[in-house]
Design a binder for this molecule. Structure first.
Ligand code: PLP
Length: 443
């Protein structure tokens, strides 16, 4: 294997080689089974043995595998767009299909700019994001992201857009009830817009429930209701990045549904095909499309593989599987997982365990009195990851949630179809692995 492939795919020589997978299990080349408590990267929401995908792919490849969306459309694209419009809240009825979560975010950012230009507001060009957020690896999406570790080396190449503190109730120092704290935190957006000059701000982007950077952190609904009010007051579009949390992960079809808020643009990816093919979508509200049409403004944007019929056919097959009853049972599994993690409340290195739907975040602290994070050089999350993997459970570790450097955590996002036995196993393994690492650290 060439070095280039190793770098490009993030592969290192000690990565296990997965030769098979079924349900919530990965199987290595030597036959070892690993419980996939991360659903890949919060992608394989329907497990590794979804029925009918191979048939859908091969039928579509036989019929028509590619047409340029600049000039043609195809039945799976039309069907998928209609289904997504039916699922998405409010008037997010217009789907722009691309290939990855990053591209869906890029599309939303560019569309926000087009919207303002079409309405004669040329100066609106700034996209406000939040610290400790992740919206994708491409330069526009990364400019809007606040994940220090993934940004720092590329800073000279990125747009210098301002950032709001994250929606991170565990570490807020606002006073009052959760609702009052949420309003105070959201109010910082208004101050920032005013400082920047509202006539220059095009959009605000956020993960409604935080994913890999501050796993499962979510504020009181008043936060997003206030965000919505502020965006409307200053003619700023609200972009919800639901790439990780869309399609039932948090217990509602879309995370925004928890907060009773409809964004102007919504980025979808990952679960849209549950990992069976690459495709993503930007859902666009009617008023955005109408503004472009009224100005006869074309959106010059797209990728060669946008709306690939084979991927669209897979997505068209997959999105039907996110039924209300699946989402309900996934929530029950999420509750079991949280209950199984109860012993972590007594751990000297765990500051917070939070969950929403089937999405759980475990945050490590060096001191449970002060919630001071560990020195990143201790590699606490990575050590827990290693222990868990040795015990046959794959979890999603991360760092930097507190200040971009410190703040170790785990994200647990097994497939929504995970069985109760596997949930027990995940919880027991995480508890044991955290105990083992606490011991190693001398607690
Ligand atoms: N947005 C969020 C919230 C994500 O979690 C990710 C990926 O992890 C992305 C965007 C980027 O998606 P992709 O890696 O498919 O480009």
């Amino acid at each position: 294997m060439s070095m280039f492939y190793k770098w490009g795919a993030g592969r290192s020589p000690d990565h296990p080689v997965i030769t098979e997978a079924y349900d919530e299990y990965l199987v290595t080349e030597d036959g070892t089974e690993i419980v996939d408590a991360a659903a890949g990267a919060a992608v394989v929401n329907l497990g590794h043995s979804l029925d009918g995908v191979a048939e859908v792919m091969s039928k579509q490849a036989d019929r028509v595998a590619y047409v340029s969306t600049s000039h043609f459309t195809s039945p799976p694209v039309e069907s998928l767009a209609e289904k997504l419009a039916g699922m998405a809240p409010g008037t997010l009825d217009n789907a722009f299909l691309v290939n990855s979560g990053s591209e869906a975010v890029e599309t939303a950012i560019k569309l926000a700019r087009d919207y303002h230009v079409a309405r004669g507001n040329e100066a609106k060009e700034t996209v406000i994001g939040r610290w400790q957020s992740y919206h994708g690896a491409t330069l526009g999406a990364l400019s809007a992201s606040g994940n220090t570790g993934r940004r720092s080396i590329y800073k000279p190449l990125m747009a210098d857009w301002p950032k709001l503190p994250p929606a991170y109730p565990f570490r807020w120092d606002h006073d009052g009830s959760p609702e009052e704290q949420a309003k105070a935190a959201a109010g910082e957006l208004e101050s920032l817009i005013k400082r920047e000059g509202p006539e220059t701000v095009a959009a605000f982007i956020a993960e409604p429930v935080s994913g890999s950077s501050i796993p499962a952190a979510h504020p009181h609904p008043a936060y997003y209701q206030e965000i919505r009010r502020i965006c409307d007051a200053h003619d700023v579009l609200f972009i919800a990045d639901e790439v990780m949390v869309g399609f039932g992960r948090t217990g509602e079809r879309f995370a925004c549904d928890h907060f009773d808020v409809v964004p102007d643009l919504m980025a979808l990816g990952k679960g849209i095909t549950a990992g069976y093919a690459p495709i993503s979508a930007t859902m666009v509200a009617d008023h955005v499309v109408e503004a472009l049409e009224a100005a006869d403004h074309s959106f010059y944007h797209g990728h060669t593989f946008s709306g690939n019929p084979v991927s669209a056919a897979v997505a068209d097959h997959v999105v039907d599987r996110y039924t209300d009853s699946l989402i309900e049972s996934a929530c029950a599994r999420g509750n079991s997982l949280l209950a199984g993690l109860d012993p972590l409340a007594g751990s000297p290195i765990v500051g917070d365990v939070r969950g929403i739907g089937l999405m759980v975040g475990v945050e490590f602290v060096a001191d449970t009195e002060t919630n001071e994070p560990f020195d990143p050089d201790e590699n606490v999350a990575r050590r827990v990851y290693d222990h868990a993997l040795d015990d046959g459970v794959y979890v999603y570790p991360g760092g930097g949630s507190v200040d971009g450097q410190a703040g170790d955590h785990l994200l647990l996002v097994p497939p929504l179809t995970v069985g109760e036995d596997a949930v027990d196993r995940i919880a027991r393994t995480v508890v044991d692995s955290v105990d083992a690492v606490a011991g190693e650290l001398g607690y």
